[in-house]
Ligand binder design. Structure first.
Ligand SMILES: C[S@@+](CC[C@H](N)C(=O)[O-])C[C@H]1O[C@@H](n2cnc3c(N)ncnc32)[C@H](O)[C@@H]1O
Length: 217
């Protein structure tokens, strides 16, 4: 089996996400070949699909907000939770966050984040632990792009986000109307039309909202 870094370089091209062309990322150009390659590569390993090879609409919207309104992150300690390719954390680093940590439990995503941070000339630390539930981390801001696509994860993560918001942490979620987005305790912060691939989504544009978790929840 090749090293994750070699696998990522071999199976992706450097591209620019549609809504955030300022960033360069290692991205899959087509879904099927990468998925097949990953499957072969990961045959005996219990690793998830390559979410890190796409910039999901929720992450793109969140990243657009960070790039356009740097006051959310400038001078702050920022966690990009479930970072995937790391795009939102990279944007925070570009907009002068004091410290950026990307949390990812998928080791291939962790490697992709390091490569992508390098491509954009910024420093992003990677934490591969499952941080959900931790209230002692000391971040000012948590960014989370597209985390409501599975029910158990969405419920677990949202309960944690509410606790963090109650502790005074600013929690921003980018979401394109996923099934398990909770219907309450959310304040709309920005709204974008994000072009997506029909390989991944059931349509080629998704209206995507950046929500802030209400700290009075
Ligand atoms: C749909 S992708 C979104 C990636 C990125 N935020 C974006 O918008 O492009 C969801 C990511 O969540 C990660 N993930 C799932 N559970 C996690 C956990 N407990 N801690 C950190 N990452 C997690 C997965 O590995 C996957 O890369």
């Amino acid at each position: 089996m090749s090293r994750p870094e070699d696998f990522i370089r071999a199976q992706t091209r450097i591209g620019r996400p549609g809504l955030v062309p300022e960033l360069r990322l290692h991205l899959a150009t087509e879904l099927a070949p990468l998925w097949r390659a990953t499957q072969r590569e990961l045959d005996d390993l219990d690793l998830p699909p390559p979410y890190w090879a796409f910039s999901w609409p929720g992450g793109q919207a969140l990243t657009r907000l960070v790039l356009d309104q740097p006051h959310w992150v400038a001078g702050k300690k920022v966690l990009d939770f479930a970072a995937g390719s790391g795009l939102s954390g990279i944007a925070a680093a570009l907009r002068r966050a004091r410290r950026v940590v990307a949390a990812e439990i998928d080791p291939y995503a962790a490697a992709a984040i390091a490569l992508n941070a390098d491509l954009n000339g910024v420093r992003v630390e990677v934490d591969s632990h499952d941080l959900v539930g931790r209230r002692d981390l000391g971040f000012d801001v948590v960014l989370a792009g597209d985390v409501c696509y599975e029910k158990p994860m969405a419920e677990r993560v949202f309960a944690w986000f509410q606790e963090l918001a109650a502790d005074g942490v600013t929690v921003l979620m980018g979401d394109p109307g996923r099934a398990y987005l909770p219907g309450r305790h959310l304040v709309e912060t920005a709204r974008y039309q994000v072009r997506t691939s029909t390989d991944l989504e059931d349509r080629d544009m998704r209206e995507t909202v950046v929500w802030r978790i209400d700290n009075k929840a």
